[in-house]
Design a protein around this ligand. Sequence first.
Ligand code: AMP
Ligand code: FE
Ligand code: FE
Ligand code: ZN
Length: 285
Amino acid sequence: MLIDLHTHSSVSDGTESPADLLAAARAAGLDVVALTDHDTTGGWAEAERSRPAGLTVVPGMELSCRWFPSGAPPISVHLLAYLFDPDHPALAAERARLRTERLDRGERIVAALAAAGYPVVWEEIVERSGGGVVGRPHVARALVEAGVVESVDAAFSDLLHHRSPYYVAKADTDVLDGIALVRAAGGVPVFAHGLATRRGRVVGDEAIATMVAAGLLGLEVDHPDHTPEERAHLRGLAADLGLLVTGSSDYHGTNKTTPIAACTTDPAGWEAVQAAATGAAPYRD
Ligand code: AMP
Ligand code: FE
Ligand code: FE
Ligand code: ZN
């Protein structure tokens, strides 16, 4: 059984439509794949319609959140959410708020770049997103197409990283509220790439314990951005705290170099996700 529980389509910041993403998943030999676009369930219907025979599809999402340490600025954390009720009003409202927040801050990032002379136009970036969830990868693409940088990766390391003068933070959901919302909607919250130090500051063990008290059910352990040491630490923490463990590629099509199924989830982790979910069912034969 090959299981990948974290992928993005062009409905957020991946480059393939949900239908093409599922075809790629099948071609890579996956038996189970989760669609986890940022802050939206907008790809779920197409994923259900276009699911290749034999592939189980897990409707999910990656919710943009923040942890608030005492006496320090907030830390960006990503919360995977599986099999929740897409019509749960409070969670739907929070997703909508986050998408608006992304538009406001994207426009500010692009305005700062344009003011410094970079040839990027906000309206074009929004149009090219196809009405999807706009994020820094869309700005990165525009910078590549304008010939400013060679690749999306270079756009991040040169201009879009979180310490860049052009960076603008988003008012993301308090992760403790996000966890409670996902649980209220019958979903399964899993902390995504929790120790990926290459992405920026990460939370400590006591923060993870507080998240567990708020209802967190799992940790994404095997992720391309985690070192072997980070994986070992998270695996030990999951065992101590009684959490389910997942592994995933965080595939973004050609916006990242990671192939689909680069990391995978053990069947036990997938069983635990299904056992805890009450908000939606997987799409399957
Ligand atoms: P945002 O959600 O707008 O803050 O942008 C964060 C997104 O940018 C992540 O979900 C990744 O998809 C992407 N990202 C972050 N770092 C990189 C990188 N070095 N190369 C390519 N994509 C990246
Ligand atoms: Fe992303
Ligand atoms: Fe993420
Ligand atoms: Zn992701």
